[in-house]
Design a protein around this ligand. Structure first.
Ligand code: F0G
Length: 366
């Protein structure tokens, strides 16, 4: 744990930075990997897509220690678990929560059990859970089944659940909203993000409201969430029994924070919308090639959503008449390296050539 053995400066995470807003006390042992403080990148090409002198920023959560936004919540959830004397944590996951839980449990020296839908976890994320030494159980079922089992085990056994149904997770994740306000000087006008189990939209909304209450900002943004077409329970207002999407992180049919997400959208005068798998893959590629930011497919849903708001008359929220110079933040939630399968297909086209300048020039197309 931080600062217990070394006098050298240690990495500062979200607990130390935002302690006054978090459920921690002086005696809470801090389990941190230096999460948070992620880049808020101004994106000129995305801004041009919106026009009307609007500014688009991407909050790149893929730069967190395990490559996703989950680390913000996990540092708080695991620190609180240790404070309460826990010896084991448990979670259901589409991949990122398990990677993060496994890392923070390893750091705290406790057991981490992860329940995963078999064959549905992106390669990089599953690799992370193995590398950090989690006890991994794959089930013949989807995320919603896994979460149901975790809830039961959490009630019956000595496990602390570290899914976002644990309020400590939401508390940690709200720090991303604080960081955005700290950098921009006020809240943005719009905040776009992917929605799966709906913990993150809940957390951002809580963070924005808290900062306004403490007069750190003068306003709150409209929250606009995006689900994949085949996994859009909130959009359709019904449980989806067999959710399907290439964006495996948000392949969820019965989100735990459904009601909170609806409240965030209604109170902020935002919207929930859907984006197709094809659009998600196109936006993933576009963002990497035009802004240099490589994200996993679920994260690209926020960028797809931005394009939809600009272009489509069918969008749940249209940017065609938004005020000039509006500020828009899109959260990209996880790193592209976690989910390489779609890109690996493209790599198969790479054919080696002979090691001569002539052949290399030809291969370049000169
Ligand atoms: N983006 C990524 C990369 C995610 O991993 C998740 C959720 C979301 C977006 C959606 O966030 O659930 O708070 O609405 N991943 C969870 C997991 C479910 O198990 O890793 P949410």
């Amino acid at each position: 744990m931080e600062g217990t053995t070394s006098k050298l400066p240690h990495c500062t995470g979200v607990i130390e930075r935002y302690r006054q807003y978090l459920p921690v006390g002086k005696s809470t042992p801090i389990v941190s990997l230096g999460e948070g403080n992620t880049p808020l990148v101004y994106c000129s090409h995305l801004s041009n897509q919106v026009g009307r002198s609007c500014e688009v920023f991407v909050k790149n959560e893929g730069t967190n220690p395990t490559g996703s936004f989950k680390d913000r919540g996990m540092t708080v959830a695991v620190s609180k678990a240790i404070e309460r004397g826990a010896r084991a944590i448990i979670c259901a996951s589409t991949g990122n929560t398990s990677a993060s839980a496994a890392a923070y449990a390893a750091r705290a020296g406790i057991l981490c059990v992860v329940i995963l839908p078999a064959g549905k976890i992106a390669t990089g994320k599953l690799m992370q859970a193995f590398a950090y030494g989690a006890k991994i159980v794959a089930i013949h079922g989807n995320f919603d089944h896994a979460l149901r089992i975790v809830r039961e085990l959490g009630d019956r056994e000595e496990f602390v659940i570290v899914n976002s149904i644990n309020p400590d997770r939401i508390a940690g994740q709200k720090t991303a909203a604080f960081e955005i306000v700290d950098v921009l000087g006020d809240a943005p006008d719009f905040h776009l993000l992917p929605v799966g189990n709906a913990g993150n939209i809940t957390a951002y909304w809580m963070g924005y409201r808290e900062y306004r209450t403490h007069q750190e900002s003068t306003r709150v943004p409209s929250m606009i969430g995006f689900q994949a077409t085949g996994a859009a329970p909130i959009f359709h207002n019904r449980v989806i029994e067999k959710p399907e999407t290439i964006a495996s992180a948000i392949r969820i049919g019965n989100p735990a924070s459904w009601k909170h997400a609806c409240a965030a959208i209604a109170e902020s005068r935002g919207a929930i919308d859907v984006v197709s798998d094809q659009q998600i893959l196109e936006a993933q590629s576009w963002l990497a090639k035009h802004e240099g930011i490589f994200v996993e497919p679920a994260s690209a849903a926020a960028i797809t959503g931005l394009f939809k708001c600009c272009d489509s008359n069918e969008a749940a929220y249209s940017f065609q008449k938004i005020p000039e110079a509006s500020r828009i933040v899109c959260t990209v939630t996880g790193h592209g390296l976690k989910d390489p399968d779609a890109i690996i297909q493209q790599m198969k086209e790479l054919q080696p050539v002979d090691p001569t300048v002539k052949d290399v020039r030809r291969a370049i197309g000169l």
